[in-house]
Design a protein around this ligand. Structure first.
Ligand SMILES: Nc1ncnc2c1ncn2[C@@H]1O[C@H](COP(=O)(O)OP(=O)(O)O)[C@@H](O)[C@H]1O
Ligand SMILES: [Mg+2]
Length: 284
């Protein structure tokens, strides 16, 4: 029997969790993503880093099929995002940049909503919901309205929601924006635990270099739509010298500072700033 070699990946070749080839996206007045190439191995914790306006969210939206790739290609576990978006979605859990939990529902109701959305069979629904809440340390708070949660708890609730579909790839857009440093590290500890418990691949964006340094296996630094460098945080730092930080690495590859980067003169920055303020207000 002959097998079409192009249609069947050899079993011994590990298929990338995410593979972007020459991926670009042009908004009418702005090239937001400019020939991005990235390859994420199964099980990796991968960070896409860069200032506001770098193109992180637009890249993530194409990977999660919320935005059709402009040019170039996206594959998730070997599945082409343009040709089979629904199949890709089934493999993905996504926590968007803007908060999505409903303050007027309890924790358990918020997660149940997702269980119904993802067609989790009724007889296992309650168990799956309880497991997801427990994995995020929210069992005791499950009966309270989400509106009474702290910012860190809301983020964990959103993670519990994204777990309901048992994703192979978890995509987090700025998961810790607006949180204080302690809440930030708690959220990260939970994400790291999830990843090892469920052998998930994690792709996250952040503009906090210290978080990426502590939690990511590999990172890509993105600036003005392009990826400037990719590697493990340690390797990138070592490339610049013994005392270098990831901020130094960023400056080295972009000639810009991360915090005050005039990343884009356009309205996207304003929109991001407004969104961050709104998020911060909601998180208290
Ligand atoms: N819906 C949109 N319409 C027009 N321009 C957009 C839109 N979304 C993003 N952009 C532009 O694309 C650039 C990248 O945005 P984004 O991907 O959100 O960056 P990041 O997530 O890194 O902050 C920004 O400069 C922004 O102006
Ligand atoms: Mg963004």
């Amino acid at each position: 029997m002959t097998v079409d070699a192009a249609s069947v990946a050899p079993a011994e070749t590990a298929v990338s969790a995410v593979e972007c080839v020459d991926l670009s996206y042009q908004f009418p007045a702005h090239l937001a993503v400019d020939h991005v190439n990235l390859s994420i191995a199964p099980g990796e914790m991968y960070g896409l880093l860069g200032p506001n306006g770098a193109g992180k969210t637009t890249t993530i939206r194409m990977i999660t099929t919320l935005l059709p790739p402009g040019t170039g290609s996206v594959r998730v576990f070997g599945i082409d995002a343009t040709a089979r978006p629904m199949l890709v979605r089934r493999a993905i859990g996504y926590v968007p940049q803007a908060l999505s939990a409903d303050a007027n529902l309890t924790g358990v109701e918020n997660v149940e909503l997702f269980a119904r959305l993802f067609d989790v069979p009724r007889r296992v629904r309650r168990q799956r919901v309880d497991e997801a809440l427990s994995a995020m340390g929210l069992t005791e708070a499950a009966g309270r309205l989400a509106g009474t949660y702290s910012g860190g708890m809301i983020r964990r609730l959103e993670l519990a929601q994204s777990l309901i579909s048992a994703p192979r790839l978890l995509v987090l857009d700025e998961p810790t924006v607006g949180l204080d440093p302690i809440a930030r590290s708690v959220v990260w500890e939970y994400i790291a635990r999830l990843r090892s418990q469920f052998a998930m691949t994690v792709l996250m964006t952040t503009h906090y270099m210290d978080e990426a340094d502590a939690y990511c296996d590999r990172i890509s630094l993105m600036h003005r739509g392009t990826i400037r460098v990719t590697g493990s945080p340690a390797a990138l730092r070592a490339g610049l010298g013994a005392d270098a930080t990831l901020d130094d690495v960023f400056r080295h590859y972009t000639g810009d500072t991360l915090k005050d980067s005039p990343s884009s003169p356009e309205e996207g920055d304003m929109r991001d700033a407004r969104r961050a303020r709104r998020t911060a207000r909601r998180l208290g």
